[in-house]
Design a protein around this ligand. Structure first.
Ligand code: SAH
Length: 219
């Protein structure tokens, strides 16, 4: 099966499983996922599955990318903070739907690969990257209308809530690495008021404190 047919099959699978927002489906259709996976896995790029990207991390399953992006309810005026750049795939999907994405990754080698891909796709003017601990957010750029965390936190991080605009929305997986995790949507309805709802079960790598001791080149 060629790439366009695989892509159509994937988009249909996402629709059948709850991704109904046309702009989200269009953004996923426009982002070439094969660019974000490494050579041994390129034949699986349009399968609805997570794949290894190095440094012990994974590119998220397309259905999860679709559902989480849809849950953010983005528009082209939004400034978005993303924690966990990984391959940059989710970043690219966000970049098609909002004004600017600020994205943080703790593994330098992953971030540099993601930057190269985003530049090759012409998204470098929409995306600003940082190597660091996303648990601290990006205080210089706060507040954000939307925050997306793509690694599982044990609880809703207070530091990130403080960087969410009033009326803003954060979507994140919550739960232990080995236990049940769910995607939670948090709305900051007032200075001190949050409304949270559980959306669906999921399985993510953990949100890890601090920076790795030392990234092996090309790891
Ligand atoms: N959205 C990514 C999936 C990334 S997997 C994609 O589409 O490819 C989760 C990523 O979060 C990993 O790359 C991991 O290194 C990163 N991560 C985990 N804890 C982090 C932290 N505290 N700060 C920044 N990045 C973190």
């Amino acid at each position: 099966m060629n790439v366009p047919s695989r892509k159509i099959r994937l988009i249909m699978e996402l629709r059948q499983n709850g991704v109904s927002a046309t702009p989200v489906l269009a953004a996923i259709e426009r982002v070439p996922r094969d660019v974000f996976v490494s050579a041994p896995f390129s034949d699986q790029a349009y399968e609805n599955t997570a794949l290894p990207i190095g440094c012990g991390q994974t590119i998220s399953q397309p259905l999860v990318v679709g559902l989480m992006t849809q849950a953010l309810d983005l528009n082209d005026r939004h400034k978005v903070l993303e924690i966990g750049t990984g391959s940059g795939y989710q970043t690219a999907v966000l970049a098609r739907l909002c004004r600017r994405v600020y994205t943080i990754e703790r593994h330098g080698p992953l971030l540099r690969e993601a930057e190269a891909r985003l530049t090759a796709l012409g998204l470098h003017r929409t995306v600003v990257t940082r190597e660091g601990d996303g648990g601290r957010g990006w205080p210089e750029q706060a507040p954000f209308e939307r925050i997306l965390v793509t690694a599982a936190a044990l609880d809703i991080p207070k530091v990130l809530v403080a960087q969410l605009a009033i009326g803003g929305v954060m979507v994140l997986p919550v739960g232990k690495e080995s236990g049940a995790q769910e995607v939670v949507r948090v709305r900051r309805t007032a200075e001190d008021a949050l409304v949270t709802e559980s959306l669906f079960p999921v399985r993510f790598v953990p949100l890890v404190d601090g920076l790795p001791p030392r990234d092996a080149p090309g790891a």
